[in-house]
Design a protein around this ligand. Structure first.
Ligand SMILES: NC(=O)c1ccc[n+]([C@@H]2O[C@H](COP(=O)([O-])OP(=O)(O)OC[C@H]3O[C@@H](n4cnc5c(N)ncnc54)[C@H](OP(=O)(O)O)[C@@H]3O)[C@@H](O)[C@H]2O)c1
Length: 278
């Protein structure tokens, strides 16, 4: 069969590597791509995209951190004979309004949803794994997570659920065409509650502190962050604090036939691996 491959972009990242493993286990022919993956792919180098897309029928799209490139990528995908696109976006992307947060994901949605291909958009909440594989890991190991977040909860989702959904959608042509799935965990937790659960399960003293958005941006800049990135992450907290993305949905349960994993489930699994120890 022509164009039988499923291309996984961002294949070395948190979702991509989980999605690729699930597809391989199902026997789906997979091509994994990123700047450092088996197949080279760089969002800033369109000259290399056609080779990456050769023989591909379905693409899992982890968008770039800047708005724009996905439009040209979709054009190239159409020309290469790709039939389906499954895009990773963010929870409630159509409610972010005037916020400057997520212009990258919103641009990617415009490109994918405007294409002639069969498309599906996955919009997960903040990942549980931000606490051990990303932004919040180092502060937790240092013993204090200071964020511009207070009483508004976030329905953190386990990346194992995001990957289960992505693998199902990627391997069920037709069924998810033109659908936007809002993927959340089973309940919203404040960051203080999340840190308390991590502290208890790991047996380590970890505190959470609420700071202002300006203090958070300043702290990131002190750590050597690029100014745009620091403002972007701060904007995410301002958006969360507004409450527009705090709600849970039933989409994970409807797609997988079981409830989403709990934050407690994530915490005991990760605490047992010792990743929050100093
Ligand atoms: N973190 C959250 O809570 C959350 C929630 C909802 C949505 N999202 C969205 O999820 C996406 C990130 O997904 P993720 O967490 O799976 O990824 P990730 O762990 O942040 O890893 C990024 C992946 O993209 C690749 N990459 C980076 N720059 C690239 C470039 N210039 N060209 C090609 N590939 C590049 C990286 O590999 P190389 O370095 O090898 O290129 C890596 O595989 C973002 O769009 C984010 O907005 C995140």
């Amino acid at each position: 069969m022509s164009n039988a491959l499923t291309l996984v972009l961002g294949a070395t990242g948190k979702t991509g590597r989980r999605v690729a493993a699930r597809l391989r286990l199902r026997g789906t022919p997979v091509r994994t791509a990123s700047r450092s993956a088996a197949t080279p792919f760089d969002w800033s180098d369109p000259a290399g995209w056609d080779a990456t897309l050769a023989g591909v029928g379905t693409v899992y799209v982890v968008p770039p951190a800047v708005p724009g490139p996905v439009h040209e990528f979709v054009t190239r995908a159409e020309a290469a004979g790709v039939r389906r696109l499954v895009l990773l976006s963010g929870h409630g992307a159509d409610t972010w309004g005037d916020s400057t947060f997520g212009l990258d994901m919103r641009s990617a949605e415009d490109a994918v949803r405007g294409s002639a291909l069969e498309w599906t958009v996955l919009r997960p909440s903040n990942f549980d794994q931000n606490f051990d594989e990303d932004l919040f890991h180092a502060p937790l190991v240092a013993g204090e997570l200071a964020l511009p977040a207070g009483g508004v909860g976030e329905p953190f989702i386990d990346l194992e659920d995001v990957a289960d959904v992505a693998a199902a959608v990627l391997t069920e042509p037709g069924r998810h065409a033109g659908r936007v799935y809002e993927l959340t965990g089973p309940r919203a937790l404040t960051f203080a509650e999340a840190v308390e659960l991590i502290s208890r399960a790991s047996g380590l003293p970890i505190t959470s502190t609420q700071i202002s958005p300006a203090e958070y941006t300043a702290a990131l800049l002190d750590q050597g962050w690029d100014e745009d990135d620091a403002r972007h992450v701060t904007e995410m907290f301002v958006l969360m604090d507004s409450g527009v993305i705090a709600g849970t949905t039933d989409d994970v349960a409807a797609l997988l036939g079981r409830p989403p994993r709990t934050f407690e489930d994530y915490v005991v699994r990760v605490a047992a691996a010792g990743v929050w120890e100093r």
